[in-house]
Design a protein. Structure first.
Length: 277
């Protein structure tokens, strides 16, 4: 019963990889102990993977590819999809789109965008959420969030833009030191050639106009030049592909950008808040 419950609770990609591994292991007439010895794991570790009690690491998947993969690349491809299992369920579909984005333009109002977070800031934010999460799940979510940073270095180069409310810069998460390190990290990010970072100032609504009042959003252009919008609130997400709806939010985002400080002025503000000027 425990085996069935573990498999049912495991995310889809993990279950599929486990089933394929079990079928190929049995086809090769290998016991769990035999397979474990070939790839540097115990038989109990192989059993935990096959029952879904423990998702396979990237190292295990590559070992399975070498011994069971028959040159097909099945387990090597599974690395990407099992990595997606580390994200919150509502974010998984967008995570796959984000990692292949040609352009990514994000407006964030409450906290620093996940792609730009330091590990300490992300850990404080995730562990301080409600309902509380287990330490293991916090570790998993932090690991998944940090893995997103590969987008900064990816080829072909992704063009990344972030508009951040000034209030998010003044909201201390974790501790004063964690927040200062986060501000310093934003300064480093802002100086990347493929990154544009702007701050929407607290006084942007003085004239009665604040284009960001309807909430946060991320606009994506894929490698195929499809345009999508992702919105998320209270753990509920929506991926918008209808051209008219995307256009409306793109125009709204353009207005938010127009109301924000210039990149140079934004950088200067963050430097002042970090005590660097």
């Amino acid at each position: 019963m425990a085996r069935a419950e573990n498999k049912k609770a495991a995310p889809t990609a993990t279950r599929l990889a486990a089933d394929i591994a079990r079928i190929l292991r049995q086809h090769a007439k290998l016991t769990q102990e035999n397979l474990g010895k070939k790839i540097g794991y115990t038989g109990s570790a192989i059993s935990a993977m096959e029952t879904g009690a423990q998702p396979p690491s990237e190292e295990m998947l590559l070992g399975l590819e070498e011994v069971l993969g028959q040159g097909l690349g099945i387990f090597r491809e599974a690395v990407k999809y099992i990595g997606l299992d580390k994200y919150p369920r509502q974010f998984t579909d967008f995570a796959l789109i984000e990692m292949k984005a040609l352009t990514l333009c994000t407006y964030q109002a409450i906290v620093v965008d996940g792609l730009f977070q330091t590990e300490a800031y992300a850990r404080a934010l995730i562990s301080g959420g409600f309902p509380p999460l287990s330490d293991a799940r916090v570790d998993e979510l932090v690991e998944g969030r940090m893995a997103r940073k590969s987008l900064f270095e990816r080829e072909p180069t992704a063009l990344i833009e972030l508009i951040l409310e000034e209030s998010a810069l003044g909201r201390t998460i974790g501790s004063a030191q964690i927040m200062r390190d986060q501000l310093l990290h934003l300064i480093d990010c802002a100086q990347r050639r493929n990154v544009t970072l702007q701050v929407l100032p607290l006084n942007c609504g003085l004239r009665g106009e604040h284009a960001g009042v309807r909430g946060e959003m991320a606009l994506v252009e894929t490698l195929e030049h499809d345009h999508l919008v992702y919105v998320e609130v209270q753990d509920i997400s929506m991926l918008i592909s209808d051209p008219a709806e995307v256009a409306t939010r793109s125009h709204r985002y353009a207005k938010i950008r127009a109301q924000a400080l210039s990149p140079d002025d934004s950088l200067a503000l963050i430097q002042r808040l970090a005590g660097e000027r």
